[in-house]
Structure formats: C-alpha cells, structure tokens
Design a protein around this ligand. Sequence first.
Ligand code: CP
Length: 335
Amino acid sequence: MRHFLTTEDWSREDLQAMIDRARAFRESPEGDALRGKSVALMFFNPSLRTRSSFDIGVHQLGGHAIVLDAQGQTWPVEFEEGAVMDGGPEEHVKEAARVLSRYVDLIAIRCFPKFQDWSAERKDPLITAYARHATVPVINMETIVHPCQELAIMMALQDRIGDVRGKDFLLTWVPHPKPLNTAVANSAVLMASKMGMNVRLLVPDEVYRLDERYMGAAERFCADAGTSLTVTTDPTEAYAGAHAVYGKSWGALPFYGNWDAEAPYRAKGAGFMIDEAKMALTDGGVVSHCLPMRRNVKIADAVVDGPDFLGIEEAENRLHVQKAMMERLIKEADG
Ligand code: CP
C-alpha cells in the first residue's frame, strides 16, 4: 500500500500523470473515485487552502470528509514505541491509526514541526508513525515537506511557461518577522529538480541551506536531468535570467529553536523582498508563493498585483492535484 508522504517516493512519471489528471479535473470537476468512501483530515495547525480544498475535493469525488481538529478536540496521542504512558497522551498512535483505518479510506495529516529538536523532527515522526500503523493510505498535508503544494506549483509553472525542463527556477529566501518551517522550501527544490529544472537557492547566509536530505535529493535529481543546483547569497546573480521565482521564508536549521542567535543572520536578508527591480533581472520570469503571504514584507504589492504572479492559480491547483492524488491512492489501495 502506497502513501503520499513525500514526492521522493514517487517517480517523475507518476507525478506528471497526477498533474495531467488534475488538468482534466479542472475541466470536469466531478468524479466517483470516493463514492461511498470517507477521508479523515487531521489538522494540528491552522489552514485556509488545505482544509478547504481537501474537503471540497473529497465532496467532488463523491466521498465524505471528516475534519478533525487534532490540537485540542481529539485525544493527545503518544508516538514513542514502548512509552510508559504516564504523561499527557491518552492513547498511542498504534490504536489511533488502526481505529481510524476502520472508519475511513484515507487519512490526511497536517502537523508542522515544533521547533524543538531538528535531529528528531527531521525524521517526521508523527506522520511516519501514522503511516506505519494505519491500514489505509496516509497523505501529507504539510509536515517537514508539502508534497501537495509541490504538485500545485508544477502545474502552475507548466501552464504558464510550458515545458519546464532546462528552465531556471529560483527559490529565494524572503523576510518574515519570525522563523518558519522549511517544508515548502524543501518541497520547492525537490519538485523543481525532479522535473528537470536548473535550481538556484538564494539565501542571506550559508546557514540557511536546507537540510542535507533535500539538498542531496535535489543534487541527485539535477545530476539525472543534466541540470544544476547552485546556492548563492547574491541577489543579482540569483535573479539574472531566471524563468521562475519562488519566495519562501524559513528559519536557519543551525539555530533551530534558538532563534535569538539566528537574528544577525536573518538581518542579512533584510533586502530580500521580491520587488519589481529584482524581477526586472529575470528572463520575463513568473513568480509565486504558497500562501499565506505577508504583502510588502515577502513580495511587493506591484509584483503580487502584476500579471506574472501565479500564487492564486497555484492555490486553485491544490484542489485539482489533490483529487488526482486521492483518486490514484484509492485505485491502488482497491487493487
Ligand atoms: N499553502 C497552504 O498550505 O495554505 P494553508 O496553510 O492555508 O492550508
């Protein structure tokens, strides 16, 4: 049984097939892949797009979605193997995952890292525990990667610039008042490299390099495609000739949970907002962001309100690509 935890587990052809199927759903939204079936949507963190698009997508495929606020309205769950459960959690994931699997046909989970210990959180312990113990497919709605967003990004890029192979994709760190999860940044480099783009990473300092798991995977994908992965701290070099610019902010992993010490490095990126002057250096490049997004902090109004901003299309695509992915998982699970 296959899960959708990370696009690393899926081939380029499989991912492209989901994007192609998503385009068909955009033209003809109704389907019956989930008729008579139920999907649990577990949220440990807030959401606008993910919650709406999954709930509506399940409905459009004929199924029933149950949204579980897992941070306060379900029992706290223990994930440690062999734990003596004399603390807060009332039940173990071994029971929670197996019981939910008796009710529903898919389990989708959003659980951001807690910014405590990256050496532990980089293993994505909660969703991998659910996947280990569930008897139905598990879907990642954003943990330390955001694979649904990846499909939506690529669909938007292909719609606008056609064949993306050999084109230049810039992931730029952008300012934000507080350190954020690296999930979308990890995902952006995974998807762009896997689909054959040259990937540039623009960061205020080398301490903002992404986890080696994702840098390493992107390097392998680029080597396979004959493309390149480069890291720079120079905005002029990074934007020059880019075909696509993706903005995201994240906390520097060497200072994980120790953000006061990160502040001087964060200050180096004070001028990294995406604006018209930087976009003028690109090759007529498009620009996007996963949303939510702080205007005039991450991206200037003139860019967001311009014709090359793909953020709204990308958000719409979440609905289409998730339906394609759920249909695929259900078909595989049903044999
Ligand atoms: N991009 C995204 O996942 O949006 P939400 O956090 O609103 O779900």
